[in-house]
Design a protein around this ligand. Structure first.
Ligand code: SF4
Length: 457
């Protein structure tokens, strides 16, 4: 599903067919929308829309274009509106030196005042900043905007500016302009920003994306922005929708209604979450920070049985290119489940079955389990994360103690005998010697992969 985090559905351009536009959005899987207030009247309209539709929320604020029109009674009215339970954010507020429709001093004064208001009502900020990043960030810092956080809407800055916003606890929101002609800088910027900091929006009725450029924009078109992000992040549009919706839900303090998953898709792979236990305590492990991975809730209380897993796998398996044993822990700690499911997958005709592992389940087993992988496991990705035993102890803190690294190395050589593809993986820690990783893989005769911090297992 998509969460269009910035819409202006109260705009009079939607008067003839507002309900149709909203229903079209729902049919295109836009299940949540945030209608943005530009001044007192549109903040009132935003709240009205949020009262009419369960899935529309409101934000209330004063746009920098109108800053010089803001009177004390406007501020009081917006403050009052922000007490409404469906008014979840303050904005859009900020600075616009591109059109400069209000005097700069007035823009700054109103912006600073609304940051203070956001802190007072404890609701995040929706920030509009155009050709005014230095002053925007300066005022945010002076007014401690970091305390409340929010989102830089329709972001048009570079990596350096994005970093400054993120350092201040802000998300970055992308609109349809990222779909406009090929733009290397946008690709670099989007690649740089972690998925958990990205929101998507249409800013409708403005900024229609390709291929609808020139027409009136509407929430249903948020899918084009998602498609572009998916292309750059090498994910699917569904992944982008799910992850950015969860980001927005968390940012705006809405209730999270997800249930834990044992079978979940990312791109064209189906992942199996078979355990939350792990025998390592890698300091970078996401499990210490959050219960979610790529928008899926992976933390559960009861481990699934083979039957639980097969019940969920069978109806969807034909849609996926591969199945991956991964989860939020170490899958080989449940080796019997892995072997049974892998055999069942092969009976279903699944071509590619992979295990992402730290190998330790192997250390617990009295017999050599590797021959049992023959014919049912096509690829194994072994998290090594270190080039020697001392570093391994430091980074992974394995329960099995100092001998673990040597045992992992032996396992890699065993796997080569029966598994067509063996990969060793390293999380990209700052002091990682990439050349030494390549050489180690070469010596072992296996492939290697460098993973970003946001990957577990
Ligand atoms: S990163 Fe992987 S191996 Fe390390 S503690 Fe987390 S789940 Fe275990």
């Amino acid at each position: 599903m998509y969460f269009d985090s910035h819409v202006h559905l109260d705009d009079s351009i939607f008067d003839p067919d507002r309900d149709t536009v909203i229903n079209t959005a729902l049919s295109e899987n836009v299940k949540l929308m945030l209608n943005i207030g530009l001044n007192t009247q549109s903040s009132i309209e935003s709240v009205k829309l949020s009262e009419k539709y369960d899935f529309i929320y409101a934000s209330c604020g004063f746009h920098p274009h109108d800053a010089n029109k803001m009177k004390e009674e406007d501020y009081i009215a917006i403050r009052e509106l922000l007490l409404h339970k469906k008014a979840i954010a303050v904005g859009e507020v900020g600075l616009d030196y591109y059109r400069n429709l209000s005097p700069v001093d007035k823009q700054r004064e109103v912006f600073a005042r609304f940051i203070r208001l956001a802190r007072e009502v404890k609701k995040p900020l929706i920030i509009h900043s155009r050709e005014a990043f230095d002053d925007t960030l300066k005022i945010m810092e002076q007014e401690s905007a970091e305390e409340i956080g929010g989102v830089a809407h329709c972001f048009s800055g570079d990596i350096e500016i994005a970093k400054k916003f993120m350092d201040m606890n802000f998300h970055i929101s992308f609109a349809g302009q990222i779909t406009f002609k090929k733009n290397e800088n946008i690709n670099k910027l989007i690649s740089y920003i972690p998925m958990e900091r990205i929101l998507i929006e249409t800013d409708c009725p403005y900024l229609s994306p390709q291929p609808e450029r020139g027409k009136r924009n509407m929430p249903a078109y948020v899918k084009y922005t998602a498609q572009k992000l998916a292309e750059i992040k090498m994910l699917s549009s569904d992944d982008i929708g799910r992850i950015t919706a969860l980001n927005a839900i968390k940012l705006f303090n809405l209730p999270i209604q997800q249930k834990p998953v044992i079978v979940y898709p990312i791109r064209d792979s189906l992942y199996l979450n078979i355990t939350n236990q792990c025998s390592n305590s890698c300091f970078f492990c996401l499990r210490y920070k959050q219960d979610f991975l790529q928008g899926h809730l992976l933390k559960f209380n009861i481990e699934p049985t083979v039957d639980d897993l097969l019940k969920e796998i069978k109806p969807v398996i034909s849609k996926y290119r591969e199945v991956v044993f991964c989860g939020y822990g170490e899958p080989l700690l449940r080796i019997e489940v892995v072997l049974k499911i892998a055999a069942a997958l092969k009976n279903m005709g699944v071509k590619h079955v992979r295990i992402d592992t730290n190998v330790h389940g192997y250390l617990m087993s009295i017999e050599n389990i590797v021959p049992k992988f023959s014919g049912i496991i096509d690829e194994i990705c072994i998290s090594l994360n270190a080039l020697d035993k001392n570093k391994y102890m430091q980074v992974c803190c394995p329960e099995f103690g100092e001998g673990t690294f040597d045992e992992v190395m032996k396992f890699i050589l065993e796997c080569k005998k029966v598994i067509p593809k063996v990969v060793i993986t390293f999380v990209e820690l700052p002091d990682l010697d990439l050349d030494a990783c390549r050489k180690l893989a070469q010596n072992l005769g296996v492939a290697y992969k460098i993973r970003k911090f946001d990957v577990v297992g």
